[in-house]
Design a protein around this ligand. Sequence first.
Ligand SMILES: [Zn+2]
Length: 240
Amino acid sequence: MSAKSRRTCFAVLLFIVFVVMAHDSFAAVRGSPYWTQKGQGWIYYAFTPPKPLIAITLDDGPNRTYTPAILHVLEKYHAHATFFVVGKQVKNYPEMLKEIVVRGNEVGNHTYLHQQQGIPTVTDLTACDETIRSIIGKKPVWVRPPGGHLSSVFLQRAKQNHLRIAMWTWDVDAKDWSLPGVTSIVSKVMANIDPGDILLFHDGGGKRTQTVQALDILLERLQRRGYQFVTMSDLLLCCP
Ligand SMILES: [Zn+2]
């Protein structure tokens, strides 16, 4: 083999390695689901459904003002979402939790205390599970760590509580909590949306008027593009 053809072979080999690696990292981010390298739990960043389905998720509620407003918007577009609720908030608004479920939405665990510092304890996870169960009769199957802070200890604790970890799809994260404006939230999502994405919004933890308005616009536009909005568990069921 000549030096030139060796160089060509080497270049082709490099290209193949690059494509395989790129595919793997793509699968790790978008793939549904994947087992972490440490083998400690299931983490979902997106799904791969055969249809244009999206999971809308709402964190930090229930909230007296914004949760009903968001439920109203969801109903307007026949949409269902997953609400990652904070246990101590649920204690304040148990009727709101029932309302979320009665309208066909799903409830997920967002810990009882929602502490941003440190790793939620098993007690914190269990307290949220139990608060939810005492009101709607069943425990959630999903958990989202406060602030999205993942660690191997958290994965272990989630697994201990039989909870699957729901993260979200980064390229459609409009960071509504930072109040970037309705237009900014809408355009961030519309520019990057793909079937199977998990959208992150907030119905508690601050003023959420922008989120309510942005969701109204987004659901209308996405519905026109053929998207349907389902809960995390329903989306998982649709995936091969
Ligand atoms: Zn939160």
